[in-house]
Ligand binder design. Sequence first.
Ligand SMILES: Cc1ncc(COP(=O)(O)O)c(C=O)c1O
Length: 369
Amino acid sequence: MENLLNGIEEVLLMGPGPSAVSDEVYAALSRKTLGHLDPYFIKIMDAIKVQLQTVLETENVLTMPLSGTGSAGMEAVFVNLIEPGDAVLILKNGVFGLRMAEVANRLGAAVEVLEFEWGTPVLVEAVKEQLAGKTYKLVAVVHAETSTGVCNPVAEIGALLKGSATLYLVDAVTSLGGMEVAMDKWGIDALYSGSQKCLSCPPGLAPVSFSQRAVETILGRRRKVPNWYLDMSLIAGYWEGKSRAYHHTAPINMLYGLYQALFLLLQEGPAAVYRRHREMHELLVSGLEKMGLEMLVDASCRLPMLNAVKIPTGVDDAAVRRRLLHDYKIEIGAGLGPLAGQIWRLGLMGHTARSENVERLLAALQEIL
Ligand SMILES: Cc1ncc(COP(=O)(O)O)c(C=O)c1O
């Protein structure tokens, strides 16, 4: 009988995620599975919480990885904080802002969307104007918009909301582990991320964190969280306190992987990791520009870990991506939504962000183009 797993070849993951996984993380994933209430496993869970607090620069007690991908993290923050009729403002300039609006709408929130052109950042002045006219229960924005390569001004938006009763929700799926995310300093109340981007773990876990204010909002809900699996008050019973109660069976080996990925990040040092991402981004952009390629996003708001490059006229988008994958074993990302066929998305996330990978991609693109 053929075992399909024997046919897996290594592909250099240079798209919008998942990113390359290090040997140390693969080794961690294959450690012996412990019981989900084993005291040694609980020790690892406690350590992961502290690792996440460190990387998120937060003292939030309710900080942990949820079982599920980044979208489960997105769903969790909204479903716990929002009740029908709540006024929610979504700042949207790409696919993931759009997804946030979809999630909030399904919960019956009174959703307003402030829209910005894809490939440009959220404008702080426009947000300020919008906030002057109305009080919202929650304002949400994506830090690193993976669909366009734009970095949104998360700290500046947080400064606008400081002192108000409005909760501030940030998507840090692509930014966490590749650039600074200072949750407390920036006044963020709820945040979610994913394991498969700059944390360089396989997909399957969604770190989340809630401020004290957000916790109070959850405790003061008029009605129960409508989604049992993502109800933070139930999940906290497993992740916090002395008597850990079973909620769902934690994905034990995935959590070993996340522990190891965070261990490596903290060992290298967050500042050094962010610098490496920035330097690899500069190396890539200068190589692309030497080939005559143009970036989509203005240099002032480009993400280091997600590089959107315009596809030159006359070049067959899919054929280039196919050749990269087939002949060079490199995966890059296509454009999404209105940018489909117009850009390639080149990821430099976590373990992928190394000079040998940048050089390999540049050389392959040079040959193909
Ligand atoms: C910014 C952002 N938010 C949310 C998500 C959704 O995460 P997932 O695909 O892990 O569910 C992604 C995935 O690419 C993303 O880039």
